[in-house]
Write a protein that binds this ligand. Structure first.
Ligand SMILES: *[C@@H]1O[C@H](CO)[C@@H](O)[C@H](O)[C@H]1NC(C)=O
Ligand SMILES: *[C@@H]1O[C@H](CO)[C@@H](O)[C@H](O)[C@H]1NC(C)=O
Length: 317
C-alpha cells in the first residue's frame, strides 16, 4: 500500500515537474530493484582468475579497435588500464570509410569500458605484449589459406580487409565467455560482469558478420577469393588450432551446419540448437597464439597472455 502511494505520488510529481533527473530518481528507486537474490555471494574467489583471463582478449580488442579507428590506443585513452604493460607492436590507423570508422571507434571505446569493469571488479594485470602488426595478420591469413597470399594480407588496407581481420577477434571472446559461464558463481561476476560482456561481444561479432555477409560474394581485392571463402578459411583455421571439433563456422555453410539444416546462410555461428559454441581457456590460447598449443606463445601474444591461467600453461610446458 505504501509502495503504491509512493509510486503514485512519484508519477504525479513527474507529470508536474518534467525534470528528467527527478524522473530518473523516481523510476530507478521504485521500479528498477537490483534483482539479486538475498544472501547471494557477489564474487567467489574461484571466479577471479577466470574473469581476469578475459582481460587478455579485451586488451587485444581495445588496442586493435582504438588504434585502427583513431590512430592511438589505450595508452592515450585510458592509460591506467594498461597498468604499465608495453605498447602494442605494429598498431596503426586503418584506412577506413566513415561507416566502418564509426563502428570500430565505438567498439574500441566499448572495450575500454569492458576493461574498466573487469579490472575494477576482479582486479587485473598489466596489458600483455600484443602484436597488431600487418605482418602478424598476414601470417595468420597465410596459415588459413595454406599458402602465402600475394601481396601479403594487410588488415589496415581498406574497410573490407579490416572487417575480415576483425572477424578473427570478438568471436573468440564470445565463445570464451560462453565457456566460462558455467564455472562462474558470484552474482556480480556472473550476471553483471560476464553476461553484460558476453552480450556486447556477441553484438560486435554479429555486426562484423553481417557486414561480411552483405559482401559474401565479393572478391577481396587483390586476391582471388570471396569474402565468404575468407571467413570459412579463418573459421576452419580456428577449429584446427583449437583441436576440439567444429565450434566455428563461416558466413556460408553446407546445409548440415545451417540453422535446423535449412539454411546455407550462416550470419551467426552456432551449434545444433543454434546456441553459441563455447571454448575453454586452453582452446582460446591455442587460437590467439596461432600455435595450436597453449604452452607455446606467439601470434597476437609474442610473450603469451597474462594472469594466473595463461601463465601457468606457459610455465608448465
Ligand atoms: C580465380 O578463380 C577463378 C575461379 O576459381 C579461376 O577461374 C581463375 O582462373 C582464378 N584466377 C587467378 C588469377 O588465379
Ligand atoms: C541435420 O542433419 C543431420 C544429418 O545430416 C542430422 O544428424 C541432424 O539431426 C539434423 N539436425 C536437425 C536439427 O534436425
Amino acid at each position: 500500500m505504501a509502495n503504491i502511494s509512493t509510486s503514485t505520488s512519484c508519477i504525479m510529481l513527474v507529470m508536474v515537474l518534467t525534470s528528467s533527473k527527478l524522473m530518473h530518481t523516481c523510476f530507478s528507486s521504485l521500479t528498477c530493484p537490483p534483482g539479486y537474490p538475498e544472501h547471494a555471494i557477489p564474487i567467489y574467489k574461484e571466479d577471479i582468475d577466470m574473469m581476469q583471463f578475459a582481460e587478455n582478449l579485451e586488451h587485444l580488442e581495445a588496442d586493435f579497435f582504438l588504434w585502427s579507428a583513431l590512430g592511438y590506443g589505450l595508452d592515450q585513452v585510458a592509460q591506467w588500464l594498461a597498468m604499465g604493460g608495453p605498447p602494442p607492436i605494429g598498431a596503426q590507423k586503418a584506412n577506413l570509410d566513415a561507416l566502418t570508422q564509426h563502428i570500430i571507434e565505438e567498439f574500441g571505446y566499448e572495450e575500454v569500458g569492458h576493461l574498466r569493469a573487469l579490472k575494477t571488479t576482479v582486479g587485473g594485470f598489466p596489458r600483455p605484449l600484443l602484436d597488431l602488426s600487418a605482418h602478424n595478420f598476414a601470417k595468420l591469413f597465410d596459415q588459413a589459406f595454406g599458402y602465402p597470399l600475394v601481396p601479403p594480407f594487410d588488415p589496415y588496407r581498406d574497410s573490407l580487409s579490416y572487417m575480415l581481420a576483425s572477424y578473427v577477434i570478438p568471436y573468440v571472446g564470445l565463445v570464451g565467455y560462453v565457456g566460462t559461464n558455467p564455472n562462474i558463481n558470484g552474482y556480480i561476476t556472473k550476471r553483471q560482469l560476464l553476461a553484460g560482456l558476453l552480450g556486447v561481444e556477441a553484438g560486435q561479432d554479429a555486426i562484423i558478420r553481417s557486414y561480411l555477409y552483405e559482401r559474401a560474394k565479393e572478391v577481396v581485392h587483390p586476391y582471388n577469393h570471396t569474402v565468404a571463402e575468407f571467413t570459412i578459411r579463418i573459421s576452419e583455421l580456428r577449429n584446427r588450432l583449437a583441436m576440439c571439433g567444429i565450434k566455428d563456422e563461416g558466413i556460408i555453410v553446407p546445409l548440415e551446419l545451417g540453422a535446423e539444416n535449412q539454411t546455407m546462410t550462416n550470419v551467426l555461428s552456432a551449434n545444433y540448437d543454434s546456441r553459441s559454441y563455447r571454448r575453454t581457456p586452453q582452446e582460446i590460447l591455442r587460437i590467439v597464439y596461432g600455435t595450436g598449443d597453449e604452452h607455446v606463445p606467439g601470434g597476437f601474444y609474442p610473450h603469451g597472455g597474462n594472469g594466473r591461467i595463461a601463465r601457468e600453461f606457459l610455465e608448465n610446458p
